[in-house]
Design a protein around this ligand. Sequence first.
Ligand code: NAP
Ligand code: ZN
Ligand code: ZN
Length: 350
Amino acid sequence: MSTAAAYALPSADGSFEKVAIERRALGPDDVAIDIKFAGICHSDIHTARDEWGGARYPCVPGHEIAGIVSAVGSSVRKYQVGDRVGVGCLVNSCGKCAPCLAGEEQYCAKGATWTYNNPVPEDVQPGGYTMGGYSTHIVVDEKFVVGIPEGIGLDVAAPLLCAGITLYSPLRHWGAGPGKKVAIIGMGGLGHVGVKIAAALGAEVTVLSQSLRKRDDGLRMGATNYYATSDKETFRRLRGEFDLIINTVSADLPIDNYLRLLALDGTLVILGLPEKPMSVTGRNLAGFRRSLSGSMIGGLAQTQEMLNFCAAHGIGAEIELISADDIDAAYDRVVASDVQYRFVIDTASI
Ligand code: NAP
Ligand code: ZN
Ligand code: ZN
């Protein structure tokens, strides 16, 4: 076992504090990683502030992890000391069920093991539940480690481990590309990476944001159009317009208003995970044979594919680098939609 320094929330309404945590001893298939950067995903906030229920404390979030391999187990073949690597939202799965065999480990029928706050045996994570990337190092099975290509900085790569794959996977699944009109709702951590990836895939991209405040950035990142959802005219003008709409919003939305923006056979994909259920009016689905769906991150092979795609297209997240002492303030700013466009913790400050 080894001791890592980490930042943990002691309770749902507490403030982050520095703690010491144990990491398991390196097993034969394990990779030890010196964490350099950890992104702050809105899911960290939902979890740590117990908005989804079932949080465990002290809670060490962080599933956008980028770092350098510091040691490898005796059976590890894919990585060696010094490699640039990343860890995303999951650190294990059964490996035998149909989703796992299809490379969709995030949908493991037995339940994937999430990078933080997931119950595990003591020999997997001392303390009995996983602890994430707001820490100095982590030990992960090599199957759940991806390589970060040269050409993307580790700091701007970190958010790709969740935000990047969460957008890349549905954009590929629903065929975003030339001739397709794609709208992204919410220009936050997920949304801004989605704009870049969808544009690089060749789709015509529209951002639907609460205001026009971030319009210049959206257009610079590859959007062709940018509309404010606070303006009722937006919903009249764009009726029946899109083949694919991706909802990245962390709060409740009037989904019916957005369904009406889909063209014939269009799909609205839910990525944002607010706590309350949503309601949908049947005729907005039936009318244009529209679909309402959802998507959760992506499998390991596709995560590597996404990183390679982003490196080839010069795509990284746009980040505000912070020290670990600023996590509480960063959380408040994310909740207020005041982030451009992902906070990343420089773990040297831990
Ligand atoms: P984020 O950085 O806070 O971005 C969310 C964006 O939604 C904001 O920037 C804002 O964009 C918009 N928004 C916020 N409150 C709103 C409101 N009341 N009404 C309308 N729009 C609002 O969050 P994130 O890290 O991108 O995560 C977004 C959501 O996705 C979270 O719920 C998170 O848990 C979830 N998530 C899901 C997956 C998955 O696999 N499905 C993976 C990661 C995260 P504008 O300022 O442009 O309006
Ligand atoms: Zn996330
Ligand atoms: Zn499985």
